[in-house]
Design a protein around this ligand. Structure first.
Ligand code: MN
Length: 246
């Protein structure tokens, strides 16, 4: 199995090192990742300037690694162009959870989505980052368990995985969709200029069975996703009740 590993925290993140190392147990691994952090860039692609790659100076033991001046989606497109017959793209391990509404702007998940757009499978993996760096050594066995479970099931083409700091099990989940209070908080920088922080405050607790609920309760959350955003029930209703003028 050919496994391309990317992320959005950049190639120097300890999270991608942990993921690439775990991936070597499952197949042939190559790392192609952004040269600088691309968190919250979503599914952006670079279309107005050329992309370049360079061999990474840091040691991924026995793993070829390349850094790209682009986004996670760029890395997947370029990586799979230069290294043919990639079966699966692993994206992460992100330092920061990607649950619920954060899937909309996650660069980590975009790496996995781009894989599916290009005919490969994609798995995004994330864990919370608090005041201290995540303990990837502690997560190692759970990362391997999750990869073993997902890689052996080829029907799962797009999956979002989130690890709590100390997992006690794994759960299949659905995306948590709840209301947020999106706030832009003004402040002043040291030069006296106004600046703004973007924050989101959840207004409702997470429902049981959702990704957020699982992680809050100590479980590794595994959510199968799809690219088709069509609202089927609304489409059916609209087709029946509101025919468009010819
Ligand atoms: Mn990130």
């Amino acid at each position: 199995m050919r496994i391309l590993v990317t992320n959005d925290d950049g190639i120097y993140s300890p999270g991608i090192m942990a993921l690439a190392t775990a991936a070597t147990k499952f197949g042939e691994v190559r790392v192609v990742a952004p040269d600088v952090e691309q968190s919250s860039m979503g599914h952006a692609i670079t279309a107005t300037r050329p992309l370049h790659y360079k061999k990474s100076p840091i040691t991924f033991e026995g793993i070829e690694a390349y850094r790209v001046n682009g986004t996670p989606a760029d890395c997947v497109a370029l990586g799979s162009h230069l290294w043919s017959k990639v079966d699966v793209v692993l994206s992460g391990i992100n330092m920061g959870l990607n649950l619920g509404n954060s899937m909309w702007h996650s660069g980590t998940l975009a790496g996995a989505k781009q894989a599916v757009l290009l005919g490969m499978r994609g798995i995004a993996l994330s864990t919370p980052a608090g005041n201290t760096e995540p303990d990837f050594k502690k997560l190692e066995t759970w990362v391997e368990k999750a990869l073993a479970a997902l890689l052996e099931n080829p029907e799962l083409d797009l999956v979002n995985v989130n690890f709590p700091p100390e997992p006690k099990g794994m759960q299949w989940t659905r995306q948590s969709v709840r209301q947020y209070d999106g706030q832009v908080v003004p402040g002043t920088d040291p030069m006296g200029r106004k600046h703004y922080w973007f924050t989101v405050v959840p207004l409702e607790p997470a429902d049981e069975g959702t990704d957020r609920w699982a992680v809050e309760n100590g479980y590794v959350s595994i959510t199968p996703l799809r690219l088709d955003l069509t609202n089927e029930s609304q489409l059916m209703k609209a087709l029946q009740k509101q025919p468009m003028p010819a």
